[in-house]
Design a protein around this ligand. Structure first.
Ligand SMILES: Nc1nc2c(c(=O)[nH]1)N[C@H]1C(S)=C(S)[C@@H](COP(=O)(O)O)O[C@H]1N2
Ligand SMILES: [Mo]
Length: 334
C-alpha cells in the first residue's frame, strides 16, 4: 500500500528525532538478525548448489562465523570444481577402512569438538591448545586446489583454511627446526581401521614436510570445504593440504604438530620406501613401480567416460614451488 505524505513535511518532524533514530537502529538489527536466521542450518556459500540429498556439515557453533567470513577463493582457470558428492564420498582415510566409500560410511561418529592439538619439539612456545584457541588469530580463506592422489585420480576442491606459515610463526621454531611432523588421532575405539587385524599401516598415521615446504604460501591447514566445515571423512576438524604433492602428504585429523631437526619417519615411506618417498612431489616423469604417473583420472570418471588428463609436474604449481627443489635429483628424492 502506498501512503502519501505531504512533500513539505519531513519524517523527522512527524516523529521525534530520537525515536526515529532508535527505530532505524531497531530495523537494522532486525534485518541483520533475520539474515542470519534465514541462512539454513548448513553454511555452504550461496554460490554452491549442492545436491539436496547431500548431508551438510555446519561444524561446531564457534567455527561457523569464521567459516562464513572466509574470503572467497579464486577459481582455477579452465578447471571446474569436482562435484561435492565426490569430494565427500570418494575418500582415502585408512583409519576408517581401505575402500573409497568406507570413510563416509564409517566416520560420521568421529568426535571432533572439542579437539586438542599439541605443538611440540623445536619451538619456543610448545603447548596443547583447543582447536578453537588455535584458530582464533587466523582469518580463514577459501583456496581452490587440485588434489592428485598417488593412485592416479584427481579432483579440484574448494578448501577453507589458513596459511600453515602463519601458525608456525606464532610458536617460534628454534634454529634447530628443519622439519615439521604431523600426527593423526590414534583412537581404535573410534577408528575401526586402526583395530583391524589385517591393517597394513603402523598407527598413528604420520606425515612431514621440510620447513621451507611448510612455510610455503600454498601450504594450508584446512578446517572446511565447499563452504561448510570439514566432514569427518575429509579429515575433520583439521587437516593439511599441500597441493603440489601426492594426496597422502595431506594428513587428516591432526592432533600433533612437532618440529624436528631430523627428517621425520612418515607412514607411507616407512611402509613401502621403494614406492613412496618422503617428498612425494607430483611428477609425471617418475613412475610408481607398479603404474605410470604420466596421466590421471579426473573425477568424476567412469568406464565409458574415463576423463583421463595429463599429469603436470608439481601438479601444475611448478611456477610457485619448483625453486624449492633446485639442484635436487627428483628421481632419487621422489
Ligand atoms: N590420516 C590419514 N590422512 C590421509 C589419508 C589416510 O589414510 N589417513 N589418506 C591420504 C590420501 S592417500 C589422500 S589421496 C587424501 C585424500 O583426501 P580426501 O579424502 O579429503 O580427498 O588424504 C590423505 N590423508
Ligand atoms: Mo592418495
Amino acid at each position: 500500500m502506498l501512503i502519501k505524505q505531504a512533500p513539505d513535511i519531513a519524517s523527522s518532524e512527524i516523529t521525534p528525532e530520537s525515536v526515529y533514530r532508535q527505530r532505524r537502529q531497531f530495523i537494522k538489527a532486525l534485518l541483520a538478525g533475520g539474515a542470519l536466521m534465514a541462512a539454513r542450518p548448513a553454511l555452504a556459500l550461496d554460490r554452491y548448489s549442492l545436491g539436496r540429498d547431500e548431508k551438510r556439515y555446519p561444524g561446531p557453533g564457534w567455527l561457523q562465523s569464521q567459516l562464513r567470513a572466509a574470503k572467497v577463493g579464486a577459481p582455477i582457470a579452465g578447471e571446474s570444481l569436482t562435484p561435492y558428492g565426490h569430494v565427500i564420498g570418494h575418500n582415502n582415510f585408512y583409519e576408517f577402512g581401505l575402500g573409497k566409500e568406507d570413510p563416509k560410511a564409517k566416520a560420521q561418529g568421529l568426535n571432533t569438538d572439542p579437539w586438542k592439538v599439541e605443538i611440540s619439539g623445536e619451538v619456543a612456545k610448545p603447548g596443547t591448545y583447543t582447536l578453537e584457541d588455535l584458530l582464533k588469530p587466523h582469518a580463514l580463506e577459501e583456496r581452490v586446489y587440485r588434489l592428485r592422489c598417488v593412485e592416479a585420480w584427481s579432483m579440484v576442491i574448494p578448501w577453507i583454511g589458513f596459511s600453515l606459515a602463519d601458525l608456525i610463526k606464532r610458536f617460534e621454531p628454534t634454529g634447530n627446526a628443519k622439519y615439521v611432523e604431523f600426527t593423526t588421532l590414534h583412537d581404535p575405539s573410534q577408528m575401526p581401521g586402526q583395530r583391524s587385524f589385517f591393517s597394513t599401516l603402523d598407527w598413528p598415521y604420520v606425515e612431514g614436510l621440510r620447513m621451507d615446504e611448510a612455510m610455503h604460501p600454498l601450504t594450508i591447514l584446512a578446517v572446511g570445504v565447499y563452504g561448510d566445515a570439514l566432514p569427518p571423512q575429509n579429515g575433520a576438524p583439521l587437516r593439511l593440504v599441500v597441493p603440489w604433492k601426492y594426496g597422502f602428504k595431506s594428513i587428516k585429523s591432526i592432533v600433533r604438530i612437532r618440529f624436528t631437526e631430523q627428517m621425520p619417519e612418515v607412514t607411507w615411506n616407512q611402509t613401502a620406501p621403494r614406492e613412496y618417498g618422503f617428498y612425494a612431489n607430483v611428477n609425471p616423469e617418475v613412475d610408481h613401480p607398479r603404474w605410470s604417473q604420466a596421466t590421471e583420472r579426473r573425477l568424476p570418471s567412469s568406464l565409458f567416460s574415463p576423463n583421463i588428463i595429463d599429469t603436470r609436474k608439481f601438479n601444475g604449481y611448478a611456477d610457485q614451488v619448483a625453486h624449492l627443489y633446485s639442484g635436487m635429483d627428483l628421481r632419487k628424492w621422489f
